[in-house]
Design a protein around this ligand. Structure first.
Ligand SMILES: [Zn+2]
Length: 583
């Protein structure tokens, strides 16, 4: 632990006591002419996330804005007959959370289909599919996602298993990693996939070793043989998906979302919600850029930004996919994957093309949001953003790189130097089997030490913001906060550690853990910075919007391994309650 971060933690603990006796803080209006608030939170543990990371007891809101933050004793003049008073009884009040990398619409759509995320036994998977099919008798296809390769022998679930629970309609279930699909006999029949069908160039049809018949699992491009027959998703599917995503986001205390890859249909859906006042989160959208087209795609993106904006929607970002993922060796790495003959993965853009594209987007005033996972893709991205800065001059661009699984140590200080925000998904640093069984063996111990170096980037002075990448992983920011602090799976069990609450096992990479104040900042004020809304959201200060959440316990008073058990009780957006537990 560094002195800087140890200091922050100590300061946070001491400030609670100090603030209770303090005078009222800055107020929005002249106290002589003030009106009482319409909403007040009293007797709380208010962690403000202001510059001093100070604590307070009372927050008063008027017309959606915070007008008072301070001690209970000083708040009386702000509370009147028309004030709705919420007695926090010592519970925690935080600024509402920001998710800096999330796919709300596709995540919502998936939640409404067969959602197999987190189910660990084959029997439970099949039961879930069976009950979904029974509950949706009119669905022409049974469609879902989220099953894990490790649930089935040789990652190879069969169509016979699926036929038992869905005999009457085609079924298509995507694996959690998106690289395999599991289908039933009806789906294979609809697609005309038989023993005679050859494997596509970049894919494989798993087959019964005796008969040669397709056995039900499809890999990579073979999935397209069936997926192209799926009914096209309708505008209603998009609307239902967004509605579900907003419901879940608000329940987890989120009121600001950085949409990580928006299509024109996504943007249409956001705008429609915004116009009718149904967008219960601020959305900053990164518009998907086709890297095959490169700069030729820029005019289309400029046009989408012009057409789609609203009160809570800004389409000010562009999303570039720089590489793939480590587990399948498609992430672009500087040194070859172990056990291969020189395989360094695949960068989606040649360095010169990337520089040209970044420079063109930067010139148009976009915030560039890059998916980069391998250390080579990350270096190429930093080089491209540096080239854009050299060509166009320094501006307040707040470009950012998401995922950042493997950063070469030489590149760590460049985030600060280039003003590039490190947009980590901290939940992924939990030491699960994807890391220990798939990722670390292909990198070796020396390079694996540089997986998710969150603390190193913070220590170098870089800005670190956090996101979920939902539906890839949990939408709950408290899960991400816990893993950022513990580097362990939020269940409290480490693989092979014997499990159980009392035996959580060692942290996965102890030196890259961060402290609770930094973890909270990653989901609040740093997210606000990334959204260009830090004067509006991300902390509890007079003059800011009342985007606030009530938690059922004080995160500073519980063991870090219990953070994921914390519940959001209420969520407010601009002073309006958008979620209340139990309602
Ligand atoms: Zn993503």
């Amino acid at each position: 632990m560094t002195a800087r971060r140890a200091g922050a933690a100590a300061a946070a603990a001491v400030l609670l006591a100090a603030v209770l006796a303090a005078a009222p803080k800055r107020t929005h209006k002249d106290p002589a002419r003030r009106e009482t608030g319409d909403l007040a939170f009293v007797r709380g543990a208010v962690y403000t996330v202001d510059g001093a990371r100070s604590w307070a007891e009372t927050v008063v809101v008027s017309n959606g804005r915070i007008v008072f933050v301070g001690a209970d004793a000083a708040s009386k003049p702000w509370i009147g007959m028309r004030t709705r008073v919420v007695d926090l009884e010592g519970k925690m009040l935080l600024p509402a959370f920001h998710d800096s990398h999330v796919h709300p619409i596709s995540g919502g759509i998936e939640s409404l289909e067969v959602n197999l995320h987190g189910i660990e036994s084959a029997a439970e998977v099949l039961e879930k599919v069976r009950s979904y099919a029974a509950a949706h008798p009119n669905a022409s296809w049974i469609r879902g996602s989220g099953w894990e390769l490790t649930t089935f022998p040789n990652a190879n679930p069969t169509r016979a298993m699926l036929d038992e629970v869905v005999p009457d309609r085609p079924a298509y279930l995507e694996a959690m990693d998106g690289h395999s699909a599991w289908v039933n006999s009806r789906a294979l029949a609809v697609a005309g996939v038989t023993r005679e069908t050859p494997d596509p160039a970049h894919g494989r049809i798993e087959r019964d070793p005796k008969t040669g018949e397709p056995s039900g699992a499809l890999r990579e491009e073979a999935t397209h043989l069936v997926s192209r027959h799926l009914p096209r998703r309708t505008a209603k599917d998009y609307e239902d998906g967004l509605k579900e995503a907003l419901r879940q986001a608000n329940a987890f205390g989120l009121t600001s979302l950085q949409e990580a890859s928006a299509s024109d249909r996504d943007l249409e859906t956001y705008v429609a919600f915004d116009r009718r006042g149904a967008l219960t989160a601020r959305v900053r959208a990164s518009i998907y850029c086709d890297t095959d087209k490169g700069v030729a795609d820029v005019p289309r993106i400029v046009d989408l930004r012009r057409r789609f904006h609203g009160r809570r929607l800004v389409a000010g970002g562009v999303k570039i996919f720089a590489d793939g993922v480590l587990e399948t060796k498609t992430a672009a790495v500087l040194e070859p994957y172990l056990g291969t003959s020189g395989d360094r993965g695949k960068a989606n853009l040649e360095p010169d093309v990337f520089k040209e594209l970044a420079t063109a987007l930067d010139r148009e005033g976009f915030q560039i949001h890059v998916h980069a996972i391998g250390d080579r893709a990350i270096r190429d991205t930093l080089d491209a953003l540096e080239a854009a800065r050299r060509a166009n001059g320094v501006r307040d661009s707040r470009h950012h790189i998401a995922h950042l699984e493997l950063i070469d140590p030489a590149d760590v200080p460049r985030f600060r130097r280039l003003g590039v925000v490190a947009n980590f998904q901290p939940f992924w640093a939990n030491g699960d089997k994807y890391l220990t069984e798939l990722t670390e063996p292909e990198l070796g111990p020396e390079r694996s030490r540089w997986l998710y170096p969150i603390a190193s980037v913070l220590d170098s002075g870089g800005v670190v913001a956090f996101g979920s990448d939902w539906s890839v992983s949990s939408l709950n920011p408290l899960d991400g906060i816990e893993v950022a602090v513990t580097h362990r799976a939020p269940s409290g069990e480490a693989p092979g550690a014997g499990g159980g609450e009392g035996n959580p096992g060692p942290p996965w990479l102890a030196q890259e853990r961060i402290d609770l104040p930094d973890a909270i900042a990653g989901y609040t004020i740093r997210g606000a910075y990334l959204d260009f809304t830090e004067k509006e959201t991300g902390s509890i200060e007079p003059g800011k919007a009342a985007d606030l959440i009530v938690l059922d316990r004080n995160l500073f008073e519980i063991p870090a391994s219990k953070i994921h058990e914390t519940k959001v009780l209420k969520t407010f957006l601009e002073g309006k309650e958008v979620y209340s537990a139990g309602e």
